[in-house]
Design a protein around this ligand. Structure first.
Ligand code: ADP
Ligand code: GLC
Length: 480
């Protein structure tokens, strides 16, 4: 059977470049979709980390002037991914975070950087390369939001489009005066097009113009149609409810497998959970925590920002410490939160350990060594760390929002007696209820048999991409 071709367009892709879950999804979905009969190629900006990894590379097309400089479209295979790399040094030849400069501010030319991604994505969709004719363009987040806008103003047969929103909080709104510079006609700037409150909205364009919209959990799909979670787009989304789907994320179960994880000092599976204690000890040493095997050890792996609710955790620290527990936190983001957690660690040596920065290896050690993973998000489109936690026998303690609500079964008395609980959920999201769940977790932890059952239930949960990939495949087929 001939495999249909999909072009995935993403601004980050694991393991080449990653700031969050978007990269994990863009990196893992192609492999999972291959098993469903779809050949996925990924268009990604040529940041230094990408061009360095994407070798050997074959130049397929040269753009003499792509938003102010020469650019090359390069085919490459890297880490099992079939890539089109948009090598445009004047736009992407900057090391570090793909969106921010060294001071932590958005690059001033982000509008052009991601218009270029959108335009080239659309051109590939319209047959730029004689040998590549994708039937579906799958665009991720605002950085790829202009793809359907460019498509609408190009000649030729148009592929179908899917726009996946990973996070409605990142919208990519830019001044309307850039329209000509972006090469889009004045007619594009309407309420039914890319206009958003007088600006050019990249996320708006994706949401308004794509044939299908997906987001990364069923609960978030419902939440974003409400004023509370819609971030200004709930009206638009209610109007497009017939093309909006929530498809849960999975995780790459070969990258996240406690039985084979080379980043863990002690590997284990459901039958050898006692070996986890070796990872807990290593984690305590690594973060300067007292080596107490029976102290409940809470972990956090997160971007530090309002979404993730970690200011609530700061406020709840006295409660966490009063129960004799410890905290191992890995995160980066908001400088004030970074500073506050550094200070908390300095004030409570041996009880709070924190590492500010991005550290893939430590993320694995936390999953493999902590007893419970805290995810007190105010909103969470899907969330991946709780999925990894389930697989690693760390009990997620999380807010009942978005994908967290869809992937964790709360340890209510009924779920506990039914033997199906996998974690702890609380709502509404506030300090008092976070504190109550921390207390509840500490108390459950004292009963080793109950805790073990929670771990085993979590580890038996299917967090792979198999089901989600089938759902995307069905969506693509519906479009063809
Ligand atoms: P989001 O995409 O909103 O940041 P997710 O839970 O979907 O949240 O995905 C976050 C991903 O980034 C996970 O793979 C997680 O392990 C990883 N991650 C987050 N912060 C860090 C960090 N400081 N160091 C290493 N990995 C991190
Ligand atoms: C976003 C969301 C997160 C989701 C990830 C991947 O960054 O914040 O909840 O898991 O995208 O879809």
């Amino acid at each position: 059977m001939k495999r249909s071709t999909v072009l995935s367009i993403a601004s980050e892709v694991y393991p080449l470049i990653k700031t969050g879950g978007l990269a994990d999804v863009a990196g893992a979905l192609p492999g999972a979709l291959a098993k469903e009969g779809f050949a996925v190629r990924t268009l990604v900006p040529g940041y230094p980390a990408v061009t360095a990894a994407a070798k050997p590379a074959e130049v397929l097309h040269v753009f003499d002037d792509l938003f102010g400089g020469q650019a090359r479209l390069v085919a490459a295979r890297a880490k099992n991914l079939d890539l089109f790399v948009l090598d445009a040094p004047h736009l992407y030849g900057r090391p570090g975070n793909p969106y921010l400069n060294a001071e932590g501010n958005d690059w001033p030319d982000n509008a052009l950087r991601f218009a270029a991604l959108g335009q080239v994505g659309a051109e590939l969709g319209r047959g730029l390369l004689p040998s590549f004719h994708p039937s579906v363009l799958h665009c991720h987040d605002w950085q790829a939001g202009l793809v359907p806008a460019y498509l609408a103003h190009m000649e030729g047969r148009s592929p179908r489009t899917v726009f996946t929103v990973h996070n409605l909080a990142f919208q990519g709104n830019f001044p309307a005066r850039l329209l000509t510079r972006l090469g889009l006609p004045a007619s594009a700037l309407t309420v039914d097009g890319i206009e958003y409150h007088g600006q050019i909205g990249y996320l708006k364009a994706g949401l308004r113009l794509a044939d299908r919209i997906t987001t990364v959990s069923p609960t978030y799909a419902a939440e974003i149609c409400t004023g509370e979670f819609g971030m200004g787009f709930d009206g638009l989304l209610r109007g497009r409810a017939d093309v909006l789907r929530g498809i849960l994320n999975g995780i790459d179960t070969s990258v996240w497998n406690p039985a084979t994880d080379s980043l863990l000092p002690a590997r284990y599976d459901a039958a050898s959970l006692d070996a986890r204690s070796g990872n807990k000890a290593a984690l305590q040493v690594r973060l300067g925590l007292a080596e107490e095997p029976r102290a409940p050890l809470f972990g956090v792996i997160s971007r530090l920002g309002w979404q993730k609710g970690l200011d609530l955790l700061l406020a709840a620290l006295p409660v966490l410490l009063e129960g004799g527990a410890q905290l191992a936190l890995l995160g980066a983001g908001d400088p004030e939160l970074e500073e506050a957690f550094r200070r908390a660690a300095a004030e409570h040596p041996g009880r709070i350990g924190c590492m500010i920065g991005f550290d893939e290896a430590l993320a694995h050690l936390i999953q493999g060594g902590c007893d419970a993973l805290l995810v007190p998000s105010r909103f969470e489109p899907c969330g991946l760390t709780q999925l990894c936690a389930l697989r690693y026998g760390a009990i997620p303690v999380a807010a009942r929002v978005g994908g967290l609500a869809d992937t964790i079964i709360d340890a209510s008395p009924v779920a506990l007696s039914g033997g199906v609980a996998t974690g702890l959920l609380f709502s509404p999201v506030n300090e008092a209820l976070l504190e109550a769940s921390i207390r509840r977790a500490v108390s459950l932890y004292q009963d080793q048999a109950v805790w073990r059952q929670l771990q085993l239930n979590g580890m038996a949960t299917d967090v792979s991409w198999r089901g989600p990939a089938q759902a995307y495949a069905a969506l693509y087929r519906e479009l063809l």
